[in-house]
Design a protein around this ligand. Structure first.
Ligand SMILES: Cc1cc2nc3c(=O)[nH]c(=O)nc-3n(C[C@H](O)[C@H](O)[C@H](O)COP(=O)(O)OP(=O)(O)OC[C@H]3O[C@@H](n4cnc5c(N)ncnc54)[C@H](O)[C@@H]3O)c2cc1C
Length: 456
């Protein structure tokens, strides 16, 4: 870590951002969004020798990329994501050395706990896919799962067995992404925090640059990695993507003895050992959705998720003011106006205290020797979700010069380095090395049948 900079979470916007670079008038590529996808795309664009400006409206990693559970998992991935994730795992192994600091990356394994035989059958089907890709995924009996968890107590929801991938990993989100952004700046990218991109600058039917709150930047290509804000940004240019932001709550316990070094999840509880000695806890599969214009417009596409697991979803009537899909959030604006991106620099939703209390209770029952843990802090993040839970990574057909990488649907942290490498090669006109057809934008309009990726 660079001397003088500490990384404290949750991030707020200090008067003087850490990255206060003045954006130049021209670059080869402008990246919108300072989350893991934007940072890693910029990282590999620099490696390709391109000049890059990364614009972040608030703070680097202040939204999803610091708020996630910190799981770096291959297990349970969509088959189209898996080869990129396997590459990502290889990249993670070298990143700390390249970034010049510990990112908390440790291959301590990921365990999916099956509460019921039906869960076990679903995991078994995935384990075959893992095996075909050469992963070390294996199924565990109930007794083996209990032994791995060091003989837990009363497992809430039942314990029928598990699926385990020892090579899966963890990393520390609120340390890793800011550290990578610092290293990115040292590698010659211009990183500008508190610099919202208001709109694309379009000339002759193609992208010619961006208009930021600090002026225009001319460029050949723009990469949009705006997380929960991408749909709003694209909507301003007449492009509709069926993306919703879904609230997910999490909490950090105080330091506790190490009972399990990796990460584990079932329907009720997700937990991951952190480098600081605590655990990150969350309700296993529980999300909250705000009703808003986009939610209603795309309801038909998302309804199957809600109907498949009603207890796993809670519908809330309206998002707080200024959220991307709040009723009153502006959908159109001029480039001289203050935009929704400047009005909400950091999406910092209120976590659901009841859901977190249930998670802490379940953890205490599962590990009676540790007991119900004291929570040091709680937070929530807005997950950018697509109806088929895989992202859009594509050049926009109607806006030449725009590459979109968004909609990572709750699993973009682990795959960030691999996807960043892919995005950089798409921009540079090189072969991506993987089949990206699953991530095409046209899948929502070309009449193809939606194929929903695997859930937890
Ligand atoms: C509670 C929770 C748990 C999760 N757990 C995991 C996990 O364990 N493993 C995993 O792999 N993934 C996990 N995820 C998902 C993962 O965090 C995201 O998929 C990933 O961080 C997405 O990165 P991103 O860069 O696309 O988006 P973000 O991190 O959201 O970054 C987008 C950035 O774009 C900026 N921006 C938007 N519009 C503009 C604009 N117009 N101008 C300038 N800047 C703009 C925003 O301010 C934001 O900082 C979790 C997410 C949450 C919320």
């Amino acid at each position: 870590m660079t001397a003088g900079h500490t990384t404290a979470f949750p991030f707020s916007l200090p008067a003087q951002p850490e990255h206060a670079a003045i954006p130049p008038a021209r670059a080869d590529v402008v990246v919108i969004g300072g989350g893991i996808i934007g940072v890693m795309s910029a990282w590999y664009l620099r490696e390709r020798g391109l000049s890059v400006v990364l614009c972040e409206k608030g703070r680097i990693a202040a939204e999803q990329s610091s708020r996630n559970w910190g799981w770096v998992r291959q297990q349970g991935r969509d088959p189209a994501e898996l080869p990129i994730m396997i590459e990502s795992m290889r990249l993670w192994r070298g990143l700390a050395a390249e970034a010049g600091g510990d990112l908390g990356f440790r291959q301590t394994g990921v365990l999916y706990i099956a509460n019921r035989p039906a869960d076990l059958a679903r995991h078994e089907a995935w384990a075959k896919i893992g095996g075909e890709h050469g992963l070390d995924t294996r199924m565990l009996s109930a007794a083996e799962t209990r032994a791995m968890l060091r003989d837990p107590g009363d497992w809430p929801g039942g314990l029928a067995g598990g699926m385990w991938t020892a090579s899966d990993a963890r990393a520390e989100p609120w340390i890793a992404v800011p550290a990578l952004a610092r290293a990115l700046a040292r590698r010659g990218a211009v990183v500008a925090e508190a610099c919202a991109v208001r709109a694309l600058d379009i000339a002759g039917g193609r992208v010619a640059g961006v208009v930021t709150e600090r002026g225009r930047i001319a460029c050949d290509t723009v990469v949009l990695a705006g997380g929960a804000w991408s749909a709003l940004f694209l909507g301003r240019h007449g492009v509709t993507i069926p993306q919703l932001s879904v609230l997910s709550s999490a909490a950090a316990t105080v330091p506790l003895p190490e009972h399990f070094a990796g990460a584990a999840v079932d329907r009720h509880l997700a937990f991951r050992r952190r480098a600081d000695g605590g655990y990150t806890l969350a309700p296993g599969d529980f999300h909250e959705v705000f009703l808003g214009p986009d939610a209603l417009r795309h309801a038909r596409r998302f309804l199957p998720h809600v109907l498949a697991d009603p207890p796993g979803h809670r519908i809330l009537s309206a998002a707080p003011a200024g959220y991307p899909d709040a009723w009153r959030t502006a959908r159109h604006w001029g480039t001289e106006e203050v935009t929704p991106f400047e009005q909400v620099r950091i999406l910092d939703p209120r976590p659901n205290p009841r859901a977190l209390a249930r998670a802490a209770e379940a953890f205490g029952r599962a590990f009676p020797t540790l007991g119900r843990p004291r929570l040091a802090r709680a937070w929530a993040g807005m997950i950018d979700t697509m109806p088929d839970v895989v992202p859009v990574v594509d050049q926009m057909p109607d806006l030449p010069g725009l590459v979109v990488a968004t909609g990572f649907s709750g699993h973009g942290f682990g795959i960030g380095p691999g996807m960043g490498r892919v995005v950089a090669d798409v921009v540079a006109g090189r072969a991506a090395g993987h089949d990206l057809s699953r991530f095409r934008f046209a899948r929502f309009s070309d009449g193809s049948k939606p194929v929903v990726g695997p859930a937890l």
